[in-house]
Design a protein around this ligand. Structure first.
Ligand code: SIN
Ligand code: FE2
Length: 221
C-alpha cells in the first residue's frame, strides 16, 4: 500500500497519506484500505441498522457497554447477564440478523488476503457505534469456534486510539492511531492478542458526524 511518492511526504500530510503498519507478527493496519468505498459502506451500515438497531448490551457482570452494537451475517455476537455468545437470532427483534451485504464480504476477504490470510470466509460482522466518550476495554476475541481465521476490523468516521496488547492481559498495550478507512487485521500468532479502544474524543466527521463505526468480521463456525 505504500506508494513511492509517499516516501517524501512531509509531516503535514501524515493523516492524508495512509500507510500500512505492522503491529506484531500476524497483525497489521492496512492504512486507508476501505477509504474509497466509505460512502457505500456507510449506506450498507445504515441499511443493516434500520433492521437491527444498535443497542447498549449488558456485560455478564451487569455493566451497560458504552459502545452500541448490532450485527449482520449468519450469527451475531451478543452479551447479557448469561454471558457472551453468538446467536442466530437478534434478541431484540426475535428474528434472524440481517444478511451480510456483499460489499462487506468482498472487503473483508480482500483485506484478509492483503494481510496474508487468503481464503477468509466471514460468517459474522459485529457493528460497533462509538459516540464521543465510548470505549472498549482490553479483551480477546475468543467466542469464535474457528480459531484459525483472522479478525478483520474496518474503521469509519471519527478517529480512535486502538490499544494493541499481547497474549496476556498484563502485557502493556501499544497505542495506535486509527483513522477513517483504516482496516486492521489480526490472525495466526496474533489471533488472541488483547486489544481495546480508548474513549473516542469529541469531534465531527464529515460523513458520520459525532460517531465512529467499526465493523469486525469473524468466522465463527
Ligand atoms: C472490537 O474489538 O470488537 C472492535 C475494535 C474497534 O472498535 O476498533
Ligand atoms: Fe475485539
Amino acid at each position: 500500500m505504500t506508494r513511492p511518492e509517499e516516501m517524501s511526504a512531509g509531516p503535514d500530510l501524515f493523516d492524508a497519506e495512509p500507510r500500512d503498519q505492522a503491529l506484531s507478527p500476524g497483525a497489521m493496519v492496512l492504512g486507508g484500505f476501505a477509504r474509497d468505498m466509505d460512502r457505500d459502506l456507510l449506506a450498507a451500515i445504515e441499511g443493516v441498522l434500520a433492521d437491527a438497531p444498535p443497542r447498549h448490551l449488558v456485560t455478564p457482570g451487569g455493566r451497560r457497554m458504552s459502545v452500541a452494537m448490532s450485527n449482520c451475517g449468519r450469527v451475531g455476537w451478543v452479551s447479557d447477564r448469561r454471558g457472551y455468545r453468538y446467536d442466530l437470532i437478534d434478541p431484540e427483534s426475535g428474528r434472524r440478523w440481517p444478511a451480510m451485504p456483499d460489499i462487506f464480504t468482498d472487503l473483508a476477504i480482500r483485506a484478509a488476503a492483503a494481510a496474508g490470510f487468503a481464503g477468509f470466509a466471514p460468517d459474522a460482522c459485529l457493528i460497533n457505534r462509538y459516540e464521543p466518550g465510548a470505549r472498549l476495554s482490553l479483551h480477546q476475541d475468543r467466542d469464535e469456534r474457528d480459531r484459525a481465521a483472522p479478525i478483520v476490523s474496518v474503521s469509519l468516521g471519527l478517529p480512535a486510539t486502538f490499544l494493541w496488547g499481547g497474549e496476556k492481559r498484563s502485557d502493556r498495550p501499544r497505542r495506535i492511531r486509527i483513522v477513517h478507512g483504516d482496516v486492521t487485521v489480526w490472525g495466526g500468532p496474533a489471533r488472541f492478542a488483547f486489544h481495546g479502544v480508548e474513549p473516542v474524543a469529541d469531534g465531527a466527521h464529515p460523513l458520520t458526524g459525532r460517531a465512529r463505526y467499526n465493523l469486525t468480521f469473524r468466522k465463527v463456525f
